[in-house]
Design a protein around this ligand. Sequence first.
Ligand code: ZN
Length: 350
Amino acid sequence: MRKSIEVIRGNSPGTEWRLSVLTFEGRSADAPRAYLQAALHGNELPGVAALHMLIPMLRDAERDGRLRGTVTVVPHANPIGLGQHLFGEHLGRFAFGSRTNFNRNFPLLAAPDPSALIDDAASALAEVRLKALLVRLSLGHELVLDLHCDDEGLSYIYAPAPLWPAMSDLAAALGCEAAILWDKSSDGAFEEAAAAPYLSSAQDAAAGRVVSTVEFRGRADVSPDLARADAEGLYRFLVARGVLVDDRVAPLAPYTAVAAPIDHVDMVAAPVAGTILYHVRPGDRVAAGDALVTVVTAPGEDDGAVTVTAPQDGLILTRRAHRFTRPGDNLLKLVGSRRSATARPGALEA
Ligand SMILES: [Zn+2]
């Protein structure tokens, strides 16, 4: 394992961030290369915990000569968001200085040419330079995984529709309960930036390629057992793709859980402000008209609560971690079998 440090110049004199990059050198030039990063949203730690367990497994494989393809790991992909606390709350989704989502507006390259990316000397905010750096680090890897999580949720992945079902082995290896397939745009998420230089060129350049935003359940689902299970899932995937060799790992069973286009996801929003009483949890199956959430606006009074029902049959994918909602805020994601009446282009959330 080789460790290198990328320095991100701060937005003011006297500050900087340091990003660790771990490289495990593969022995076979024709094997696929893998890139894994975690916590691009700085307060989403299940992926960090999984990498904590996976890295020793990669070191063993490298030491034993079982590593065929080079693996690059960035355990804390966003040191800026990792350090953002406001009055004791860890807020890692948006950059404080510019209100931008750390996982939107990545540079989309027409070809895998790093010279088209800005470097750290550029006249741009640190979060913009960080995005260019992460794209640069991911270039040249056939398998690119960006490890996130939801508020509360199942394990699921996002995949570019052109790569599905060719990359359904990832969902099988990770034991996912859903795969959400996006097309056209994800508002410049890292996943889109990692895929763009290859998907826009010849079809054969996309062969064997895997690019995914992996959602490892919810923000509080961070424990030794879950970390080990997620690391083993990532390891199974790397074995299945020939990045490393391990005879103890059984072949993957086919993926048989939900795979749905992104416009089949209903983002169920709160009609009013109030205290959230969930009637469902991630993993529940519901029918159209079933009660999902009661929002309490005037406790105990007549007409003091509003109940939101399921717009279609489906699977509850996620729900929020907070229990007070404002009007219009999202309450949960439901993945159904038909297009959501409120579907819109781009990513599901801002
Ligand atoms: Zn995220």
